[in-house]
Design a protein around this ligand. Sequence first.
Ligand code: SF4
Length: 474
Amino acid sequence: MAFEINEACGIFGIYTREDDVAKLTYYALYALQHRGQESAGIAVSDGRESLMLKDMGMVSQVFSERDLNNLKGHMAIGHVRYSTTGSSFWENAQPVQVPRRRGSVFVAHNGNLINTVELREKLQAEGVRFRSTSDTEVIAVMLARSPAEDMAEAVKEVMPRLVGAYSLAILTESCLIGLRDPYGIRPLCVGSYRDGYALASESSGLDIIGAEYMREIDPGEMVVIDEDGLRCERFMDRRKSSLCIFEFIYFARPDSIMYDTYLYHARKHMGMSLADEAPVDADVVMPIPDTGVPAAIGYSQASGIPFGEGLIKNRYIGRTFIQPTQAIRRLGVRLKLNPLVGDIKGKRLVVVDDSIVRGNTTREIVRMLRDAGAREVHMRISSPPDMYPCFYGIDTAVRKELIASTRSVEEIREFIGADTLHYLSMENMVRATRRPREDFCLACFDGDYPIPVPEDVKMAKCRLETERVGTERE
Ligand code: SF4
């Protein structure tokens, strides 16, 4: 259920002397807003001086026209954040700036380090005082303290000491660097823009400014952009390509390209396979908007059952910073979705969604559809049961909260109150991507983490999450 999983950051970078880099970054962050709505930031440099503006809130809330006019330069990086490591406060917003011998280094990060505590303690023992609790500051401090001559050399010196998932956009007064960890867990692509280049978490972040998509950055590769143009260097050997499968299922926009495939097409194929695996007599196929739409279209086309919209999303509810009252909180999923009663009443529905995390939201939706008069509700999920938590930068839930880790499919069906429930098989989910299974991290489904996660890290996440959920419930 898309509402139950929070993405964890979108990053962008640009180098051009022919246009206003702050405004281009602003628009690109707009296109990446779905990856994080908690804070937004832009850092620019004109080669001598650098400036940064960041704050809590969505892109449209953080920047005014005047702010953007003041951010002058020919290179920039930008970031939208949803917190995974570190809490939700200003110091954890990104980019993170750390002074170095000459100038500053700015870092925008998508991912999550597994060895943050160890790296942080070592730096603290050397006298470093951190301003935030994020792992991004640890990376920025390490880059700033590196004895290497330039930033590309600093990357080669520092990155082998990091363990975990990281796609980074790095800005100094002399260059822009984009890189992905040696497992390529989080996405990052590069494109050309007029006289220069741009980097983005997703190709749709390039499309919006008219940049031309070139390719994905390879795991373990960095792209250095400066006055001499673009050069690609390897800072570590590629271990394997383990792109997060959730990018294909739900995280990334359907109009983004990953592994040379439009995600829209992959999702539609997932829906077609769902129809083959779990056919049912019904009157209408209905998505949970927006992320269930391509799979529902696929289900409809393969089954011949008409596609219809029965739930309308309150598009701009997003992440509001106004605390709801108890009475408003009780509205639950109604804040986000509203049923078209006339299109639901008396109908047998196939309802297509991307995943079920805790199950509570799906249960509320099924109840809402039944209240609206649905005769039958058949849930179809375009991914396998989600049983294991993420340690690489996605805020899902701890294991005991994932409903599929403790209940069978039949028990989940009973819990959510659907007439039938079917999850797409792993085999058909992967087939829809047109890439081999080895090219993905599938750990949420099979528990096989490409970068081993030590027990103490698992325990720490469990503790933190339990505290967070406890606070939210209070
Ligand atoms: S553990 Fe799950 S959410 Fe995290 S990278 Fe792997 S598949 Fe994606």
